[in-house]
Design a protein around this ligand. Sequence first.
Ligand SMILES: [Zn+2]
Length: 197
Amino acid sequence: MSQLSLLLKIVGSRMKAQEFFLLLKNKKPVIRQGYYDDEANVILALCNEMRLNMIKSDFAIELAESGFANKGVKSKEGMCFYYISKDPNLAVAAKEAESTDDHKTLGKFLDYPPCCIDFFETNFSQTHTNLQLTPARWETNLTKRVSDWCVLSHFPCSNDCKHSLSLTTTYFRIILEDNPHWAKELKTNLESNISNE
Ligand SMILES: [Zn+2]
């Protein structure tokens, strides 16, 4: 079984499995994922087995929209974020950055492009939490997140953002190597609502 399929069985989401996979392959320094308390034990066991460090946020989030934990609104109850890295210092630093709303530093730890971090800082607010663009190409298409299909973990500053395209190329190549069927399905789904006009 491919590593992606194994991870999917444990974490229960393709997008989360991909992030774990890319972290394990040294393509991401830190990942951040939302889990409810009753899910977190399974993830902790996975991290222990994989020698990953997992740090919990000291705030919970209310999801801004179902099925996507990229960014919610801080609240007392709900899902917590977990910062996961091979490097314990990076996991802690990412947690600290988010707890002080330092999006710039957090974005850097998560390996988001600087242009997209600026885009997020300028446009995100408590009432405007979804910065998703109308899709124009599969590489930067975020609209299939609701069906658990997406390559990127950040809001691209534009559909043609060259840093985002380069990340997708890197990520997709390594996904393809591990699981060609997964890669094909991923691309097909992300291409399915792109209009050519
Ligand atoms: Zn960008």
